[in-house]
Design a protein around this ligand. Structure first.
Ligand SMILES: [Zn+2]
Length: 113
């Protein structure tokens, strides 16, 4: 059981919309990453939920089936992001920084999403 992000009424955690005020409860940003076929199989889907509880869900997909799923809280998400940015080659780091900036702006003002 959670509460509506808009009107604060109690509702079931799995509800996508509040039955009272109709506001969306799970706004998310999804990005897909193709796995390196020379190393192994599968692709990565990253879903960033910007409503409460904020988290990022990473899922490994084989075809149309998720083989594994893990969710990270915002603190661990930031730690993962720093880790990946530090590994990226310089040219990709600039792009990652731009993407990070846009995502931060989006998360700061989800209404403009
Ligand atoms: Zn509501």
């Amino acid at each position: 059981v959670g509460e509506c992000a808009e009107c604060r009424r109690r509702l079931e955690a799995e509800f996508r919309y509040c039955p009272d005020c109709g506001s969306p409860q799970r706004i998310k940003i999804v990005e897909y990453f193709r796995g390196d076929r020379e190393l192994d199989e599968g692709d990565l889907r990253v879903s960033a939920y910007i409503t409460t509880p904020r988290h990022v869900r990473l899922s490994v997909w084989s075809g149309d089936r998720a083989d594994a799923v893990v969710s990270l809280d915002p603190r661990e998400t930031r730690r993962l992001a720093r880790f990946l940015v530090a590994l990226a080659p310089t040219t990709q780091r600039h792009r990652a920084t731009g993407l990070t900036r846009r995502l931060r702006a989006l998360i700061a003002s989800p209404r403009e999403f």
